[in-house]
Design a protein around this ligand. Structure first.
Ligand code: TEU
Ligand code: CA
Length: 556
């Protein structure tokens, strides 16, 4: 079941920039828009077609910009509106389009709307979700995504609270209110008229709350059943598309939390006319139980199972292994030690062979690893600090808290981009806002640009290979038989058959050619591999796949 319309963005290679950590042009230790402009040629050279720009709007930075206080202003840390318009222009001259982060489940509590609401302005009070506490308790028993409760008392009130599914400085908008809908339509038009090419839509499937009743008590996210992908939410997405988005040459990718493929198809199936694609989380939950802080051992077969399900069930995918919220993929699904480079390349090859739009997160292309934080004092992530408080209140032992936080802090993905091995990593001449990983001394762009066998060089070659491959871009998908920790699949069109094999482990794995082939008397001709020298594999019946080996064969 796959889509046929070859929209320009379907096979665009998307590169996510977390602006705060990408490139600091003025030495204040914070990445900025002029810094991004200075790296556009690097991105072009890599093969990037689209930039997903995480929030650069005015914000008090409680959640590093995912708490917006003015949707039409650029935070001075990042530059000016002129800088932003120059970025859009300069990117366009390089045939790179920009999508922005649309964060409209909530605003910052410092947004004018919320300030007026708490001052008692009736119109703006209806922009948010207020409710009286009951019998000295909170209005209901819901839990927030950040591991705390999700009601905060209104300043100056005895018993009035406002809802926040994230931090208390991120009050949820009331999407029952048509005026909120109209405001968001205007925000979309404002940015689309500036020439952006679409939006990454933040937690876009929790907008419409059906009720504020107590939820069925759960370990986390009690109350989810009242706001998760509700019919009201679908209606909003359909109308936003109909009223605004369909009038522009743009696309949307939804960050849709906690959806299975059925729910995902209900949000982005071509017949639904809501979102163009969605980020699923099932593969991001293969090494945890339910919520991210209940970590389990990573088992490749679980990752393969999740990826296979989404490749099989979805018309189209938004494929990613990293973003600004997730640990670095080489530290999580690869090996950031002995097999660092080869496992980065395997993950690159896998990402760029799957059916769907490929998303690469800043630094992934050079194999950046999780941060090297000493303890919570070196972390800035509001989620980590909130969760630490909750774990303390639950009497988690210090060592366990410390271990869990280092494994799960979103700051693992937010350490400054490693451009060089110099002090400041070529990211800044000043003091960086977040600790730079000490391994920038040997994992950096400058070094890898000079090395034709680097992770960066592999990403460039694999991106070019994918762009040249009809099957990897548009082919159908079918899983092939293989040992459980080897991911083998084929991508095929009417006349071409491309076989992809990934050893997801640090151990040698035997792969029986007969199990992988799809036709009698065919030959598997090796077209791409992450190992340089390659004995002629296809001549034998038994492949012996080396640690983290990745191969692409054409079946001829
Ligand atoms: O994240 C939504 C979300 O579910 C987060 O809880 C995320 O899955 C979790 O932090 C993973 O550890 C989006 C943004 O990506 C995130 O940066 C924001 O903090 C959040 O929404 C609120 O806007
Ligand atoms: Ca700066």
């Amino acid at each position: 079941m796959s889509v046929k319309d070859r929209k320009w963005w379907r096979n665009g290679v998307v590169y996510q920039i977390y602006p705060r950590s990408f490139c600091d042009s003025n030495g204040d230790g914070i990445g900025d828009i002029p810094g991004i402009i200075s790296k556009l040629d690097y991105l072009k050279e890599l093969g990037v077609d689209i930039i997903w720009l995480s929030p650069v709007y005015a914000s008090p930075n409680c959640d590093n910009g995912y708490d917006i206080s003015d949707y039409r202003a650029i935070h001075p840390d990042f530059g000016t509106m002129d800088d932003m318009e120059m970025l859009i222009r300069e990117a366009k001259t390089r045939d790179i389009r920009i999508i922005m982060d649309l964060v409209v489940n909530h605003t910052s509590d410092e947004h004018q709307w919320f300030k007026k609401a708490v001052e008692g302005d009736h119109k703006y009070k209806n922009y948010y979700i207020f409710k009286e506490g009951k019998n000295g308790k909170l209005p209901n028993n819901w839990g927030s995504f950040f591991g705390s409760d999700c009601w905060e008392k209104v300043p100056g009130e005895d018993n009035l609270y406002y809802l926040h599914l994230f931090d208390k400085k991120q009050p949820d908008l009331n999407w029952h209110n048509p005026e909120v809908y109209d405001e968001v339509c205007d925000i979309l038009r404002f940015w689309l008229d500036k020439g952006i090419a679409g939006f990454r839509c933040d937690v876009i499937n929790v907008l419409y709350k059906n009720s504020l009743e107590d939820g069925k008590k759960k370990i986390a996210l009690t109350g989810l059943e009242y706001y998760h992908s509700t019919e009201g939410n679908h209606d909003i997405l359909r109308r936003l598309r109909e009223d605004v988005l369909s009038k522009y040459d743009c696309f949307t990718v939804g960050e849709t939390v906690l959806v299975d493929t059925k729910m995902a198809m209900d949000l982005c199936g071509s017949d639904r006319k809501e979102l163009d694609m969605v980020f699923g989380f099932e593969h991001m939950e293969c090494d945890q139980i339910g919520i991210k802080w209940f970590k389990t051992k990573y088992r490749p077969k679980r990752l393969i199972k999740a990826l296979d399900r989404w490749q099989h069930d979805m018309e189209w995918n938004a494929n990613y292994f990293e973003n600004h919220d997730q640990p670095r993929s080489v530290s999580r699904f690869g090996n950031d030690d002995e097999y660092h480079d080869i496992s980065c390349k395997m993950l690159a090859g896998l990402l760029l062979s799957l059916r769907g739009t490929p998303y690469i997160y800043e630094g992934q292309e050079i194999g950046m690893t999780n941060g090297d934080f000493k303890d919570l004092s070196e972390m800035q992530d509001v989620e980590s600090h909130t969760v630490d408080g909750t774990m303390k209140s639950l009497h988690f032992p210090d060592r366990l808290r410390d271990k869990l936080l280092k494994l799960t802090t979103r700051d693992n993905a937010r350490t400054p981009m490693q451009w060089s091995g110099d002090v400041g990593a070529g990211f800044t001449k000043g003091t960086p806002w977040l600790k730079i990983n000490a391994n920038h001394a040997y994992i950096n762009v400058e070094k890898q640009l000079k090395d034709d066998d680097s992770v960066l060089a592999f990403y460039k070659k694999m991106i070019a290979f994918r762009k040249d491959s009809e099957t990897l871009q548009w082919g159908e998908y079918e899983r092939l038989k293989s040992p459980e920790n080897v991911y083998a699949f084929r991508r095929y069109t009417d006349d071409k058959n491309t076989v992809v094999i990934c050893n997801m482990t640090a151990k040698k794995q035997p792969v029986w050619v007969q199990a992988v082939k799809t036709r009698e008397n065919s030959e598997l001709v090796l077209k791409f591999s992450n190992y340089l020298s390659d004995e002629d594999k296809a001549s034998s019946d038994l492949f012996s796949f080396r640690p983290f080996e990745f191969c692409v064969f054409e079946e001829e």
